[in-house]
Design a protein. Structure first.
Length: 122
């Protein structure tokens, strides 16, 4: 009796395994995906420093002798929120076709505005 059950179970498994249907799920062509890289201009964030009083008038440092291919960015005073702090100068590599504007303070209606050193075209 055990052998008849074994043969019947084996036959059922063989018959059931033939009932599996394999279908193609993706019969439509897949869309072509193209990657487009868009370069956006760099947005630079900055903090405008406004001091309530003018910077000290004394000279922060003595400008060194000129070096070929470099310009001296003068030392300046920086407002830290409580007082002015001396910032030493440094050398900047000359950029042909540009002129250098040194760091400085401008008086505005709401106080003194710090302007960083920058290269200007022309």
């Amino acid at each position: 009796m055990l052998s008849i059950r074994f043969v019947a179970l084996t036959g059922l498994i063989v018959l059931a395994s033939g009932c599996v249907e394999e279908r193609v799920v993706h019969d439509r062509p897949r869309p072509v995906v193209r990657e487009v890289i868009v370069e956006r201009p760099v947005q630079r964030e900055y903090v405008e420093v406004v001091a309530p009083q003018p910077p000290p008038v004394r000279i922060v440092e003595v400008e060194p002798q000129p070096r070929p291919g470099y310009i001296w960015s003068r030392g300046h005073w920086y407002w830290n929120g409580n007082a002015y702090v001396a910032v030493p100068g440094h050398w900047e590599v000359v950029r042909p076709g540009y002129r250098y504007v040194h760091p400085h303070w401008d008086r505005g209606n709401d106080g003194w505005h710090f302007r960083v050193g920058a290269w200007i075209s022309g």
